[in-house]
Design a protein around this ligand. Structure first.
Ligand code: PLP
Length: 338
């Protein structure tokens, strides 16, 4: 049995999801004729209490579009040093928007109001103009950590005072909503733009949506086109997202429970220095200095378990839709016996 815990993006659509996709009513979305894409966009806009929503092929394209909407070349984005937009979007902030990142030294991908205040550049012309604060929830490199919503509200106030845009990379916001019993409207109220993904914990094969009010979203479709993201009969894909929203959100609780149970076993292992707190479906742990990452990795592979390295002797496991109860039992047993 191959057990793939590298990421929650490795899932394959379920039979029911595929059947639902096949029945989608589609049309040419460039002509605004894809009913299912429209349905998904309207649903997301309503869900977050925003005026507009736009479907994207990927979370990266949705984030990059948001950054482009909020900034002009030469300006600066404030984000965490662990931020996906900085680390894992191929330098897109510079390539697509011509902006730099002011990196904050946060905790597990999350920062504080005071750090934001200190990072805003003075208005003197020789500084890059700060124009956007970008937050990630849950944090990927931070081990699926969830923000304290009150801190997000405080940061919003500073954004308003300094006329800064406020973007949320919510690729795994669904996990945070379930873990913290929050709702999308709360987030819609404070963020100017929010990207969410259906291809992570929700198990769709592809798809993200960017939501925002009409004013900021005015040019989103043009930028998506510039980035090569025009869609035609994308309703088949939007249907996967609709199916996931109806059927795969509540079940995230189970992914989180499994992640915690893995964490409990890892904490007991002499080879492991530390396990980061587990709030959602991501487990990040650090090996002891005298334990070779390669050897540890290979021991797991020999038992059919595949995980991923995050660098600096840190490893990551992610629970997901295709990680069954049987697999979980096998993983716990294998880890105990390592
Ligand atoms: C936090 C976060 N944001 C954005 C993305 C980008 O999503 P995509 O792979 O769909 O471009 C990812 C991907 O894993 C992610 O973890």
């Amino acid at each position: 049995m191959k057990i793939d815990l590298r990421s929650d993006t490795v899932t394959k659509p379920t039979k029911e999801m595929l059947e639902f996709m096949m029945q989608a009513k589609v049309g040419d979305d460039v002509f605004g004729e894809d009913e299912t894409v429209k349905k998904l966009e309207e649903r997301l806009a309503n869900m977050f209490g925003k005026e507009k929503a736009l479907f994207f092929p990927s979370g990266t394209m949705a984030n990059q579009t948001a950054i482009k909407l909020h900034t002009n070349p030469g300006e600066q984005v404030i984000c965490d040093k662990y931020g996906h937009i900085y680390n894992y979007e191929s330098g897109g902030v510079a390539f697509n928007s011509g902006v730099s990142c002011k990196l904050l030294d946060g905790q597990r991908g999350m920062f504080t109001l005071n750090q934001v205040k200190e990072a805003i550049n003075p208005l003197d012309y020789w500084y890059a103009q700060t124009s956007l604060v970008a937050v990630e929830n849950t944090t990927n490199k931070g081990g699926g950590a969830c923000w304290d919503f009150n801190e997000l509200i405080k940061i919003k106030k500073v954004c308003l005072e300094n006329k800064l845009g406020y973007h949320l990379d919510g690729a795994r916001l669904w996990n945070a909503l379930v873990a913290k019993k929050e709702n999308p409207k709360q987030y819609g109220e404070i963020f100017d733009t929010i990207s969410v993904c259906f291809s992570k914990g929700l198990g769709a094969p592809i798809g993200s949506v960017l939501v925002g009010d009409a004013d900021i979203m005015k040019n989103a479709i043009r930028i998506r086109k510039v980035f090569g993201g025009n869609l035609r009969q994308a309703g088949y894909l939007a249907a996967a997202a609709l199916y996931a929203l109806d059927n795969h959100v509540d079940r995230l609780v189970g992914d989180h429970k499994k992640a915690r149970e893995i964490g409990e076993v890892l904490t007991q292992k002499p080879q492991i220095k530390s396990v980061e707190p587990i709030e959602t479906n991501i487990i990040i742990f650090e090996l002891n200095d005298d334990v070779s990452e390669q050897v540890f990795f290979q021991r797991l592979v020999d038992r059919g378990i595949h995980i991923i390295s995050m660098g600096s002797n840190k490893l990551r496991m992610v629970t997901h839709l295709n990680y069954t109860n049987d697999m979980h039992t096998a993983v716990l047993k294998a880890l105990k016996g390592l």
